[in-house]
Design a protein around this ligand. Structure first.
Ligand code: LLP
Length: 420
């Protein structure tokens, strides 16, 4: 069995550690399933990204959708990041950690009037608009609030990011952004609106992108557009590259932030404005694992199954995108390898964490770590089958903090009432 060591997750004396803490010790206290995050990995990733673009005037906005635990948001805010939020709920979270609203930006393909109003009340840095109708609504809501909204238009550059179709966003067939051929018109129409100021141009072509070429192509196209729009009198001050940088789940060949910077920095510098980034996965994915306990093992005429106490309700990525996550024991033994499906207790055939995986033979009570679970893990969890959300733990050196407790039954029912 191959095992995966990445970031601060490593084996010492055959035991999996997060930073200086044995995962086993954490699990003894919090039980399974549970998410465990490494603060150091988050900080290392942030600094690597920030450092790569040091020659470009830039700002990093952590995409809260990747992992919105308050303590994770706070970790990035303390490092100097802003927060990219996608809804009123994420805005509420960002406000809760006390980050200055001038470091919050609001994204999203279908924002409601109430969300726009809330963003204006908090006086955040920027609201994105993804259609002309949305721009009109922002103008109306800002007018009612007697204010002028700073807006960036998200333009769809029609570039193939070569990633999973469900997480590709920058193709003309995707719902996101304003078609590049419409952009100039929308900007010029926008100039006539009294309660919006069009200060930015935004793109985001997709997620888990593993090659530089799609970025270079999209940035090139959008930079030309930026200059053209600016020359027509639109007061553009920021160019937002979005997020999307891929991470290692398996054996992907990846580029580094410094490689990306090298490839695009001249084009970006030439724009003479603030360059914004919205990484999510790059900052958190390999800083998190989901730990599960083996409940049963069984064999039928086709396969071996390892049934664990985590499922698609804790981590939906394998079921939803057939995503690969490495799964490995938190204690390595000399038992032989077998091939097995690692599955959860949920009543769906699509409920699996790994298929046909070579793994050391397991016995009841073993604990398995599902790796690379720090992005789009807990945030996509659900209560399906009446399952309670797992706790989240943040490790810092040799200490750990329970940053979200396991959901209780009362918790799950607090907003339901029987009709009297
Ligand atoms: N900015 C915008 C406007 C976005 O829509 C996204 C992600 C990001 C930034 C951050 O992208 P990242 O750096 O994390 O790739 N649930 C899927 C990923 C969906 C990504 C949605 N948008 C998954 O588990 O793979």
């Amino acid at each position: 069995m191959d095992f995966f060591e990445i970031g601060t997750f490593h084996y010492m004396n055959n035991k999996l550690y997060c930073e200086h803490k044995a995962v086993e010790e954490i699990i003894e206290e919090v039980g399974t399933p549970a998410y465990i995050y490494s603060k150091k990995h988050f900080a290392d990733q942030y600094r690597t990204f920030d450092e790569a673009f040091k020659d470009v005037k830039h700002a990093i906005f952590f995409a809260a959708k990747a992992n919105f635990n308050l303590n994770v948001l706070k970790t990035f805010a303390d490092l100097g990041a802003g927060i990219d939020v996608n809804s009123a709920g994420e805005l509420y979270r960002a406000m809760k950690i006390g980050v200055d609203p001038s470091r919050i930006i609001l994204s999203g393909v279908g924002k409601t009037a109430a969300e726009i109003k809330l963003a204006l009340e908090h006086n955040i840095k920027l609201i994105k608009a993804e259609s002309f109708e949305e721009l009109l609504l922002i103008n109306k809501v800002a007018g009612e609030a007697n204010t002028v909204a700073h807006v960036a238009l998200r333009i769809n550059p029609n570039v193939d990011p070569k990633t999973h179709p469900y997480i590709s966003t920058g193709l003309a067939e995707n719902k996101f952004g304003i078609d590049a051929s419409e952009a100039e018109n929308v900007y010029l129409e926008g100039l006539k609106l009294e309660n919006v100021m069009l200060t930015g141009l935004d793109m985001h072509i997709g997620s888990q992108i593993t090659t530089i070429a799609p970025y270079a192509e999209a940035i090139g196209k959008m930079a030309e557009l930026f200059k053209k729009i600016k020359s027509k009198g639109v007061p553009l001050q920021h160019f937002d590259v979005g997020g999307g940088m891929g991470v290692r789940y398996k054996n992907e060949n990846l580029f580094l932030p410094s490689d990306l910077a090298e490839a695009v920095k001249d084009v970006l510098k030439d724009l003479n404005c603030e360059i914004m980034f919205e990484p999510g996965r790059y900052l958190t994915a390999n800083g998190g694992i989901l730990v599960a306990e083996v409940l049963y093992t069984k064999k039928n005429r086709e396969k071996n199954f390892i049934i664990v106490d985590a499922s698609m309700t804790e981590l939906i990525r394998p079921s939803l995108y057939s995503a690969y996550h490495h799964v490995q024991p938190i204690k390595l033994t000399s038992r032989k390898d077998i091939k097995a499906d690692i599955v959860g207790p949920v009543c769906e055939s699509g409920d699996f964490l790994a298929k046909n995986r070579t793994i050391q033979e397991c016995v009841q009570g073993d604990k398995l770590a599902v790796m690379t679970a720090g992005a789009y893990g807990m945030v996509m969890s659900s209560n399906y089958n009446g399952r309670r959300r797992p706790p989240e733990v943040l490790v810092d050196g040799d200490k750990f903090y329970v940053i979200r407790s396991r959901e209780s039954f009362e918790h799950m029912l607090w907003d339901e009432e029987l009709i009297k």
